[in-house]
Design a protein around this ligand. Structure first.
Ligand SMILES: [Fe+2]
Ligand SMILES: [Fe+2]
Length: 327
């Protein structure tokens, strides 16, 4: 059978493994690293989790650029904590992906060689302080909508990583909302700055859920495997509903005249999105793609000595343990 492999840690043959895998999925229970799994399941999860990890790490860049320009000590401390959280998310996710058999080094190499993708949203420029508010509110907000259902993903290490990540994302969204709330209640200039940031980040954040359902061929399989629980359009609609409520509290406006609740479908609808722009950004031709990748490569090269030192330390520890055993 070409679509299956026998896992290194599994003692069952393909036929028994596949039966067990299907049973686990049918019971809505969890697949763990040593369980037998179809090769496509492993491949698809490795792609999804590593893309997610890359997004967390690349996503640190647009906000980290604003740490030195945060308008107060409190804002600086909050933003630093948030950016550090994102680094943590990247690390949990690389660890979760590694349990599927691909090393973190390999995933990083694929990213810096331009072979791996990350979320298109991080290729947009952060022009003002209000953008930090809009990113927290809209981008982290969209991430929460997407990720809460992933806490129940069938692959154990991924689902468990998402639980902690989602708790931290909620804090990120609150801090973004609070920045916008303060600006919206500030001077006319601050209010205009907040509205401008929301205007620019709204559509890209809606596109974070991925292409419309009819153009998302991988989604179906992912839903059958209990990785994804809701379709891209369903999640996007929920997100729009959340934003409609919250923008009222902010006293700002969503830059979308077509937002409405459809009683018949029970879904929130929104205006047209520019999917050509989405594809261009994803293909590496967005406003900041080159800058983000260059910075990631530089950081990787500058960090070479840390990796070497950590490897030397680990080797020394292992040698010490071996000597202790002999003694
Ligand atoms: Fe995150
Ligand atoms: Fe976040």
């Amino acid at each position: 059978m070409t679509t299956t492999v026998t896992n290194p840690g599994s003692r069952v043959d393909d036929a028994a493994g596949e039966r067990l895998f299907n049973e686990i999925i049918a019971r809505d229970s969890r697949i763990e690293p040593r369980d037998w799994m179809p090769a496509d399941y492993r491949k698809s999860l490795t792609r999804q989790i590593s893309q997610h990890a890359h997004s967390e790490i690349i996503g640190m860049q647009p906000e980290a650029n604003w740490i030195t320009r945060a308008p107060s000590l409190k804002r600086k401390a909050v933003l630093m904590a948030k950016v550090q959280d994102e680094a943590g998310h990247g690390l949990y996710l690389y660890s979760a992906a590694e349990t599927l058999g691909t090393s973190r080094d390999r995933m990083t190499e694929d990213l810096i060689a331009g072979k791996a993708r990350y979320s298109s949203i991080f290729n947009y420029p952060v022009l003002t302080w209000a953008d930090i508010g809009a990113i927290g509110w809209l981008v982290d907000g969209a991430a929460i909508c997407n990720q809460v259902p992933l806490c129940r993903a069938s692959y154990g290490p991924y689902g468990r990583a998402m639980v902690r990540i989602c708790k931290e994302e909620s804090f990120h969204q609150r801090q973004g909302f609070e920045i916008l709330l303060e600006l919206a209640n500030g001077t006319p200039e601050q209010r205009a700055m907040a509205q401008d940031a929301v205007d620019r980040w709204y559509a890209p954040s809606l596109m974070m859920f991925g292409p419309p359902d009819e153009e998302s061929p991988n989604s179906q399989k992912s839903m059958e495997w209990n990785i994804k629980r809701f379709s891209n359009d369903e999640l996007r609609s929920r997100f729009v509903g959340m934003m409609v409520e919250q923008i009222r509290v902010l006293g700002l406006e969503l830059p979308d005249k077509d937002v409405r609740y459809n009683e018949e479908t029970g879904r929130w609808e929104h205006g047209p999105l520019d999917w050509n722009e989405f594809r261009e950004v994803l293909a590496g031709r967005g406003p900041c793609n080159a800058q983000r990748m260059e910075r990631r490569r530089e950081a990787h090269e500058e960090g070479a000595w840390v990796r070497e030192a950590a490897a030397a330390y680990a080797a020394k520890q292992a040698a010490g343990r071996a000597t202790a055993k002999v003694a």
